[in-house]
Design a protein around this ligand. Structure first.
Ligand SMILES: C[S@@+](CC[C@H](N)C(=O)[O-])C[C@H]1O[C@@H](n2cnc3c(N)ncnc32)[C@H](O)[C@@H]1O
Length: 337
């Protein structure tokens, strides 16, 4: 049945319920449990130690939302959507759910305050900036770093095939977190070398992650504050989901610090969700617009249009050379003159 405008309006008002149902299923690992075959509510109850009656209601809610299927015998299986909440499957949304729903959800509870004052919902909910929360909470840091790595793993092929990486190049992944993007690019070309630089909390699992992908011998890890310095001598400075975390003034400082570390001819590659110059209800516009709002609530940052990125590059004495739109991600390249 096609949803009516009233159905759609009701669905929008109730979006918070769907988020919490997904959180419940993901925390209890129900999509992973169902990967072994159909299970009844009683079996799931035994595996999760949640009362069978309440668990069945959770399962029915997510069945109505298209995450599970309830079969005639009362057993449940994952839909294709449900499969994406399993751990470790390509494109898994589990790390994103584990990062977003608990902490961001509380930040979004302050959305009206953010709208009125510009103060981030994150600081109102948690006290201090997101980076301060991450620095003092290793569990949240690990969930955040894992979610970022999963986004980056999904962007590797796009960046590796769209960017210019000459043989033997040294790639500096600025604010690289686990290093998922540079590691993936290094795996695509054995002559490339890399450096991941980030704050201590961002680098907590990086050495093990790089070792697990067999690139630790070609990729070093450097603790650095990108408002002060980044490693010099790189051929490519990669900034994925860095600039969008910050307002224009901070973004300009990060680009200038990178420019200072770059020799003439070195390239900068910004990987972000690029905002269209005019937003419509085209499905491809939803993600950049929503992450723009997410940046407003969480960090005081913003997504930008291509023109806005060109302006930022020019302000840091970097000459715009190329942009590649992608499915989800966009690549903006500049060069140090
Ligand atoms: C949104 S995450 C992106 C991580 C990674 N580039 C990716 O896309 O997978 C932003 C990163 O910036 C790092 N960061 C925040 N403030 C920083 C600073 N002052 N200096 C260096 N890194 C910083 C965080 O630790 C985090 O790893």
């Amino acid at each position: 049945m096609t949803p009516t405008p009233a159905d759609r309006a009701y669905e929008l008002v109730n979006g918070f319920r769907a988020s919490q149902l997904v959180r419940g299923a993901v925390e209890l690992r129900i999509p992973d449990l169902l990967s072994g075959g159909a299970m009844s509510a009683d079996q799931l109850s035994a595996a999760t130690r949640i009362d069978a009656g309440r668990l069945r209601r959770l399962m029915r809610g997510l069945t109505a939302l298209g995450v599970f299927i309830e079969h005639d015998d009362g057993r449940f299986t994952n839909t294709e959507v449900g499969e994406l909440f399993r751990e470790g499957v390509p494109g898994s949304q589990r790390p994103v759910a584990m990062m977003l729903i608990p902490e961001s959800y509380r930040g979004w509870d302050h959305f009206m305050d953010t709208l009125r004052s510009g103060v981030t919902g994150h600081s109102l909910a948690h006290g201090g900036t997101l980076w301060e929360t991450i620095a003092r909470d290793p569990d949240y840091a690990a969930r955040f770093n894992q979610a970022m790595a999963s986004f980056s793993e999904g962007a590797v092929q796009f960046v590796a095939t769209s960017g210019h990486f000459r043989d033997g190049a040294l790639i500096v992944d600025v604010g690289g977190g686990k290093g998922a993007l540079v590691a993936g690019i290094l795996r695509s070309n054995p002559s490339l070398r890399g450096i991941v630089c980030d704050l201590a909390a961002g680098l907590a699992e990086t050495p093990q992650y790089l070792a697990g992908l067999d690139v630790a011998d070609r990729c070093s890890v450097v603790e650095a504050d990108f408002f002060k310095s980044v490693p010099s001598g790189g051929d490519v400075y990669l900034l994925k989901q860095i600039i969008h975390d910050w307002d224009d003034q901070h973004a300009a400082t990060i680009l200038s610090v990178c420019r200072r570390a770059m020799s003439a001819g070195a390239r900068i590659m910004i990987v972000e969700r690029v905002l269209p110059s005019r937003v419509t209800d085209d499905p491809s516009h939803l993600n950049p617009v929503m992450t723009d709002l997410q940046m407003m609530v969480q960090l005081g940052g913003r997504e930008r249009t291509l023109e806005e990125y060109k302006h930022l590059l020019a302000g840091a004495s970097l000459s715009f050379t190329n942009s590649v739109p992608g499915a989800g991600w966009g690549l903006i390249e500049g060069v140090a003159l």
